[in-house]
Ligand binder design. Sequence first.
Ligand code: UD1
Ligand code: CA
Length: 471
Amino acid sequence: MEPNATVVILAAGSGTRMKSRKAKVLHEAGGLALVEHVVRAALTVAAPGHIVVVTGHQADQVEDLLQGRGLRFARQTEQNGTGHALEACRDAVPEHEGLLIVLYGDCPLLRASTLASLVRQHNLARATATVITTEVPNPTGYGRCILDEDNCVRAIVEEKVATAEQKAVRVINSGIYCFDAATLWQKLGEIVPNPVSGEYYLTDIVEILNASGHKVHSLLHGDYGELLGINTKVELSEADGILRRRKNTDLMLAGAVIRRPETVSIDVDVTVGIDTIIDPFCQLTGSTTIGENCHIGAGAILSDTRIDDDVEIAPYTIIGRSVVETGASIGPFARLRMDNHVGAGSHIGNFVELKKTRFGKGVKAGHLAYLGDSEIGAGTNIGAGTITCNYDGSKKHRTVIGEGAFIGSNSTLVAPLEVGGTAYIAAGSVITETVPEGALGIGRGRQSNKEGWVEKRKSAPATSSRPADGQ
Ligand code: UD1
Ligand code: CA
C-alpha cells in the first residue's frame, strides 16, 4: 500500500472492437468482469478512497458492479480518448500531489507484484513518469514505444499514425503508468486532438513531458502475457485462459489434485482444500468453496456452492447456490438447483432433483426423485420415483418429513404436507393429508386378481376381443 498514491482506472470506452452490446470492461474473464480485476490490482497499492474509476459507456452498470467499496467515480460523458478520460476525473481525484497511477480497465492480468515494482522503480529513479513497457511478438494495435539511448521513452506512437518503420517496433506501451501527480495535472491540458482520429491520446503526454525536460522512464516487463489489453473477443478468451491456468496452478501448489487441468474451468474466487481431487471437465464458478479430501467427478458444474470436507460429487452433477455438509455423496447426474442444504453423510443418487430443500443428517434419496420446497429429517429414506407436488398452478407449497421416515417408491406427496417422524408411506401412494408420526400412510387403489382370466379369454367367442370385466 502506497500512502500517497492515487489510482485512476479508465473504463469509459464502449469497446467497439468487442462487437458487443455490453460495455467492454463488463465482459468477464476468469469469472469476473475485466474492470473488477483491475480494481483488485489497484486496491493493492491505494486505499479505496484514492481509487477513481472513470465511467461513461454504460456507466450505471459499471458503477453498480463496483458499488459499496468506497471507490470514487467520475463520468466521461463523451468518449474522446484516454487523455480526455483522465481529464474527466481531475475534480474527482482527492489529491493532486504524490503519485498518480493510471490503469486501463481492459488490462485484467496485471499482477499486484508488477504494480509494486512500478512504484518502487519510479520512486528509486525519482522519475516524473514511468511507463511499463514490454516486447511482444506481434505489436499490432498497441502504441509503439520510441526509446532513446538511456532506454527512456521519447514518444508513444499509436498504430493509426505510425510509419512503417515505427510499426516494426515491438516494444509496446502497456497502458500502465506512474506519474508525479502535480506535473501530470499541470501538463495534461497540453494534449491536443490527434489529427487522424480527433481523440485526445494520453500517450501524447510522453512527448509533452520530454519537451519540457522530464524524462519518461520505461520499466520493461518480461512477461507480455500479463499486460494483454483486451480489445476483441479473441483476446478476451486468451485472458480467460491465462487466468484459469494461473488459478489451477495456484490450487495445485496449495494441495489440490486437478486431473487434465486444461479441461477444468475454475473461477478466480473459488477455494479448494488439500487432497481434493477434481476430475476432467469440471466447472467451479462464483463463490464456490470446496473442503479437503473431496472428490469432484468428471463434468460436475458447481456454482456459488459450499462443499465441506470428505464429500463425493459423482460425475455430471450440477449444483447451484447450495451447501453440502461433510461426508455427503451426490450424483452421478443429480441436480441441486438452488438454496439446498444437504446434511452430513446424506446420499443423493442419480437423476434426483432438489430445489429449496433441506436434508438433515444421513438422508438417502438414491434414485429418480423431485424434492422441492421440502424439509426432510435426519435418517429418512426417500424411495425411487418420489415426487413432491409443490406447485398447485399458482403457489408453491412445502413438504415437511420428520426424522427416520420411509417414503416408499413412486410416492406422490401433494403439498402442503406433513409426514411425521418414523412414518412409512406405502409405495405408489398419492398422499394428500398429514401422516402422523409412526403411522403407515397408504393412498392407492387395491389390487384384485381375476382367477382364470387368461383361459376364459382364449375360449371367448371370436367377435369379442377379450372377456368382459368381472366374468
Ligand atoms: C491504449 C493505448 C496504447 C496501448 C494500449 C495498451 C492510448 C491512446 N493508447 O490503446 O498505447 O498500447 O492501450 O493496452 O491510450 N477509455 C476511456 N475513454 C475513452 C477511451 C478509452 O475511458 O474515451 C478507456 C477504455 O475503456 C479502456 C482504456 O481506456 O479501458 C483503453 O482504451 P482502448 O481504446 O482500449 O485503447 P487501445 O486502443 O487499446
Ligand atoms: Ca485496449
